[in-house]
Design a protein around this ligand. Structure first.
Ligand code: NAD
Length: 470
């Protein structure tokens, strides 16, 4: 019997079967989640399709409902945060921040306008360009920020007038199931359905005939499967996929000044952020002082169970990711890389890897070329900026990137040359509700956040009115 229930048609629904959820700090199962059956998914889709008929009618009611959702989350943060920490691994303070972020995103999105543009209005015709919701949205999320990334879909999809069936990752289903429970009173039945299960459930959602739009966040490999699954039915989709973000440090920085921000740009959430710094390009001349400054921070960081109040970095979320990062670090060593800090998992229970800084690598080694999605950062040297930009762009990833300099104009000019969805200057991971976030190339299709993310949950309708019936 699972400890958490799904939300289907406003009701609390148990699974016929359940699956164990592991606490990555111990490696042991600590709770059970319901396994959604095919019939239960069909019931969720039916409920969403029925709820759509009235939900799409009244934007004012939808706006008010989103504000009520934000309030409901704020009231229950004390209950949600430990669930998030135990299933995801992040420190409790960071889990709390994720939940506050979820409330902020809901509040902000509630204030957005759904545009109605009049492109012509004269004696003969009036032409309006309207935005219509799609209907049922299938939403699928990964395990690094389950609640926030779920809300990035819930808020704009619902404001636009769609209804939703949301499936979290099997590694972190509990906080999203709890979110569904918390939002039951704030939303009409069927508007938000939360189901949990393994990858097969995701595949059922993307192939389900009731779904008109898929909003997916996850890896490039799965994103391509989602795109293929959407194609036969011409479902619309937004894909937020992986990245291999480069940060390029220019030769005029003070290493001491930038080290702290660079470190957390790479290692926040134990490196498990789509847009984290995954390759650090430094001028040869500055390699030694930058590495020394980063190493000093790495050595002082407290790695541990997120439930302990002094923990700054938690474990990797799951065994597969833990094994993958260890494999990439082992490969880096074989390729001639030197681990200045870390370099080996912490002995004992749990999926802990201390922050690992690796020098002596270049393109062609796996740690530089692949998305590590974990706490191992290659620091790569360059001689001229044009070369660094070319190497940063020499990948099929294109999520984000950053340029660091004491000369803002120069850094901004270089940032503009990066082939990615978001280019930061003197910062990294500054992700905000009011600007679009999405990937170039294999890092995604479409964007989330801001008015642009909202419009991704709508389709255009031209209404062309002849004023003279004759
Ligand atoms: P994943 O692709 O393995 O899984 C993501 C979700 O897809 C899970 O809910 C999973 O159950 C589901 N899924 C798996 N197979 C499916 C299928 N065939 N059809 C439909 N759904 C399926 O990704 P993950 O390991 O959970 O997350 C890590 C990845 O997500 C990283 O690559 C990271 O960069 C990326 N990510 C991207 C963003 C962004 O906004 N661009 C944000 C966070 C994470």
């Amino acid at each position: 019997m699972s400890d958490f229930t799904m939300t289907i048609d406003g009701n609390s629904i148990a699974g016929e079967h359940s699956f164990g959820v592991i606490n990555p700090a111990s490696g042991a199962v600590f709770a059970q989640a319901p396994e959604c059956s095919r019939a239960q998914l069909d019931a969720a889709m039916d409920a969403a399709a029925r709820a759509f008929r009235s939900w799409k009618q009244d934007v004012g009611a939808r706006r008010a409902a989103l504000v009520a959702c934000a309030d409901a989350i704020k009231e229950r943060i004390g209950e949600l945060a430990p669930i998030l920490t135990q299933e995801q691994g992040k420190p409790l303070a960071r889990a709390t921040e994720e939940l506050i972020g979820a409330a902020v995103w809901l509040q902000y999105t509630a204030s957005l306008a759904i545009p109605l543009e009049v492109v012509q209005d004269d004696a003969k015709v009036r032409i309006e360009v309207r935005r219509r919701p799609y209907g049922v949205v299938g939403a699928i999320t990964p395990w690094n920020f389950p609640v926030l990334l779920g809300v990035w879909k819930i808020a704009p999809a619902l404001l636009a007038g769609n209804t939703l069936v949301l499936k979290p990752s099997p590694y972190t289903p509990l906080s999203t199931l709890k979110l569904g429970e918390i939002l039951r009173d704030a939303l009409p039945a069927g508007v938000l359905n939360v189901v949990s299960g393994n990858d097969q459930l995701g595949a059922w959602i993307t192939a389900h005939p009731a779904v008109r739009k898929v909003s997916f966040t996850g890896s490039v490999a799965t994103g391509k499967k989602v795109a293929a699954a959407c194609a036969p039915d011409l479902k619309r989709m937004t894909l937020e996929l992986g990245g291999n973000d480069a940060a390029i440090v220019l030769d005029d920085v003070d290493p001491q000044q930038v080290a702290e921000k660079l470190f957390w740009g790479a290692f926040a959430n134990t490196g498990q952020i789509c847009g984290a710094i995954k390759r650090l390009y430094v001028p040869e001349r500055l390699e030694q002082p930058i590495v020394a400054a980063l190493a000093a921070i790495a050595k002082g960081v407290k790695v541990g169970d997120g439930m302990q109040s002094d923990t700054q970095l938690g474990p990797l979320n799951n065994k597969m990711q833990f094994d993958r990062v260890n494999e990439l670090v082992a490969d880096a060593k074989k390729a001639g890389g030197r681990c200045v800090t870390g370099g080996a998992p912490r002995p004992g229970a749990g999926y802990f890897i201390p922050p690992t800084l690796v020098t002596g690598l270049a393109e062609g080694s796996r740690l530089v070329d692949e998305e590590q999605f974990g706490p191992a950062l290659p620091i790569v040297t360059y001689r001229d900026v044009a070369d660094a930009v070319a190497r940063a762009n020499g990948t099929m990833y294109g999520l984000s990137g950053s340029v660091w300099s004491s000369n803002l104009a120069r850094a901004t000019e270089v940032a503009g040359q990066l082939e990615c969805g978001t280019a930061w200057v003197n910062q990294h991971l500054a992700i905000v509700p009011n600007a679009p976030f999405g990937g170039a190339k294999w890092s995604g299709i479409g964007v989330e956040n801001g008015p642009w993310g909202l419009l991704g949950f709508t389709e255009l309708q031209t209404v062309n009115i002849a004023k003279d019936p004759a």
